[in-house]
Design a binder for this molecule. Structure first.
Ligand code: HEM
Length: 324
């Protein structure tokens, strides 16, 4: 007999929004990525169908065992922050969040005016739109020109004389279960503290790599997780599993880019979130399905826990074979 929780979830998904019931803390169960995790979706969202996640960022099998990797590849400036079928929906979500939840999506530490401004300028040059404001306001303005979230790292000399890059200015409207306020002012190791095996596998490599990122050669990388809620805006981890059946799950990926700022020496990190219902993703091809099966089988339990898939993995691995 499914738990009261699952019953409530199933009920909520299939009735008009006034019958949606809050479950599991503050998550409202819906299937619309462009509605915040704790809000009810508009009636029109019933006809929403997710754009397939771009082929070029899909996860690949590398080596024999699981390992977090830098996984950074060069990109042509012409392909830095491309538009697609969900760009306008994402920008509309940003506009709504900036108007109603500004302090949850904008982070700024004083002294970061110059790096924020320089990062904003790069995005405005890319979009061909002139900015009208300065500092963090310029970054907010620039964030509405592209679908990507913008996070700016500022170089700071630490007591031991080495240079550290600290998160100093950001407009993040699509956090994948992390809170921007908790990350502000931190270096990469601290930002990634909740990520199982990050420090062990790539901590030092990321810090060294950042010293080598150039203005001329931006790079991209991607990541993937399984999620039981499609909302792009999710700054909170739910108290427990939100769903029962693997077919109701989503796969979420981020296309991230890193670019050095010429004047301040800072780094602009951009994050673009995509999500697709898991059955639709697996139906794309047998290779895509068997790749994900292998990736899931190889995940150490602590990383599976971090990627929100530990609870669902046994059911998914049984269910996924029909797609492979
Ligand atoms: C080459 C550089 C980087 C690597 C290899 C890396 C790696 C990772 C990995 C492995 C995760 C866990 C998600 C996953 O399973 O993929 C993650 C999460 C995250 N990364 Fe990075 N990352 C990089 C750069 C950055 C930068 C520049 C930022 C700037 C803010 C950042 C912010 C975050 C945040 C906020 C999370 C979520 C942490 C949490 O759940 O609390 N990452 N990253």
């Amino acid at each position: 007999m499914p738990s009261q929780f699952a019953l409530t979830a199933a009920y909520a998904c299939h009735r008009s929004d006034e019958s949606i019931i809050h479950v599991a803390g503050i998550h409202v169960l819906h299937r619309h990525p462009f509605t915040p995790f704790d809000e009810s979706p508009p009636a029109v969202s019933v006809s929403f169908s997710a754009m397939p996640i771009p082929e070029e960022i899909l996860p690949q099998i590398i080596g024999e065992n699981f390992r977090h990797r830098l996984g950074a590849f060069p990109i042509e400036i012409t392909n830095w922050l491309p538009r697609d079928a969900e760009t306008d929906l994402t920008i509309a979500l940003k506009k709504k969040l900036l108007a109603s939840r500004h302090d949850e999506v904008v982070g700024f530490n004083s002294g970061g005016e110059a790096v924020a401004q320089e990062a904003a300028l790069l995005v405005s040059q890319w979009s061909g739109v002139k900015l009208t404001s300065t500092g963090i306001n310029a970054l907010v303005e620039a964030s509405l020109l592209v679908a990507d979230d913008l996070a700016v790292l500022q170089p700071v000399n630490s007591l031991d004389g080495s240079e550290k890059l600290l998160l100093t200015a950001a407009v993040v409207c699509c956090p994948s279960r992390w809170s921007l306020a908790e990350k502000m002012g931190h270096d990469m190791l601290a930002v990634h503290a909740p990520v199982a095996k990050y420090a062990e596998h790539v901590g030092a490599a990321v810090d060294n790599y950042f010293q080598r990122i150039t203005v001329e050669k931006p790079v991209w990388r991607s990541n993937w997780i399984i999620q039981d809620h499609p909302a792009l805006f999710q700054p909170v981890i739910p108290q427990g599993p939100l769903l029962e059946n693997p077919q109701d799950l989503w796969i979420r990926m981020e296309r991230q880019t890193l670019r050095r700022l010429p004047e301040t020496g800072g780094v602009l990190f951009t994050i673009r979130g995509f999500q697709q219902p898991l059955p639709e993703y697996l139906s794309r091809s047998k290779d895509i399905a068997s790749n994900l099966r292998t990736l899931l089988e190889r995940l150490p339990d602590d990383v599976a826990q971090y990627k929100s898939v530990y609870h669902y993995r046994p059911n998914i691995l049984q269910w996924i074979n029909q797609f492979c």
